[in-house]
Design a protein around this ligand. Structure first.
Ligand SMILES: Nc1nc2c(c(=O)[nH]1)N[C@H]1C(S)=C(S)[C@@H](COP(=O)(O)O)O[C@H]1N2
Ligand SMILES: [Mo]
Length: 279
């Protein structure tokens, strides 16, 4: 361990939140999952290579890359936890990006509009949520480093509900088999759709998230920054804090959530940045 890592471990252990312990256990487990993932990637590479040599089939390189990208991402997004910090490390927030934040009326009449919900018990496919419904979920405070792809970062404390808890309470429509029956959970994970799309009320800013990152225990539907309600420029009334991803994915003023099996459009991915924006 480097001194840096030791210090980080010490800082993490001072945060008195039983979620921390659970997270660390998860990260150990994820390490093994990661190791299996790596072995699988190597195996898959070997398989692809030998295939190519033996049968001299022109495997489309693009397809192979795509497979590798997916395997790698499965390993990466369940695997790590973003480091957390002691309150004394909290610095000054920067503001960046105001796409989709112009219209003040969007705050006044705000509702979280969710599509792609489970309809199997007669509930509608879409529903509007109030901020109080989000606040009624268990609240978590997390002190993390917020990183913009432009190269700057700040340590900040955020408070909100886990997106995972929101989905556990208001389930997305589960994937189904050919007969339309819901697929069973795998390793305790419900057969949720592959992606979560989020956009501002005016849909000017939008992000796509893979389901594993969306379910990550540090991914929060956040309504407080540094112990105070979010300000307009930081995304009031509700923003995403997803510390395993760069700032671009931390969408401010979430107006819409859509669960889907198609990879959603993403504002900055369309400008050429990596779709996953994984740290
Ligand atoms: N609605 C919306 N969310 C957004 C952006 C934006 O332009 N509009 N910019 C993103 C980028 S690039 C960054 S770095 C962070 C900045 O968050 P902050 O202003 O709270 O520091 O917000 C992200 N979320
Ligand atoms: Mo950013």
């Amino acid at each position: 361990m480097t001194t840096d890592e030791k210090q980080r471990v010490r800082l993490v252990s001072t945060v008195e939140d039983d979620a921390e312990q659970r997270m660390r256990r998860m990260s150990r487990r994820s390490f093994f999952q990661g190791a299996v993932g790596v072995a699988f990637v190597l195996g898959a590479r070997h398989w692809i290579d030998t295939r190519r040599m033996r049968q001299e089939l022109p495997w489309p390189l693009r397809r192979a890359l795509q497979v590798n990208e997916e395997i790698w991402h499965d390993f990466a997004s369940t695997g790590h936890l973003a480091p957390t910090f002691h309150p004394s490390a909290i610095g000054h927030a920067r503001t960046n990006g105001d796409v989709g934040l112009d219209n003040m009326q969007d705050i006044a009449s705000w509702r979280l509009k969710v599509r792609g919900l489970d309809t199997s018990n007669g509930d509608p496919d879409s529903r509007d949520f109030t901020l109080n419904e989000i606040k009624a979920l268990p609240a978590y405070t997390i002190i993390t480093q917020f990183k913009c792809i432009e190269g700057w970062s700040y340590v900040m404390s955020w408070r909100g509900a886990r997106l995972a808890d929101f989905m556990a309470k208001y389930s997305p429509a589960l994937k189904t088999d050919d007969n339309g029956n819901p697929l069973p959970p795998v390793h305790g994970v419900p057969a949720y759709p592959d992606f979560v799309a989020m956009s501002t009320p005016d849909k000017q800013y939008y992000v796509g998230l893979d389901m594993q990152s969306a379910r990550h225990p540090q991914t929060l539907l956040c309504y407080e920054m540094n112990g105070r309600p979010l300000t307009q420029e930081h995304g009031a009334p509700l923003r995403l804090i997803i510390p395993v991803k760069y700032g671009v994915k931390n969408i401010k003023r979430i107006g819409h959530i859509h669960y889907t099996n198609r990879r959603p459009a993403d504002y900055w991915a369309e400008q050429g940045y990596d779709w996953y924006a994984e740290l």
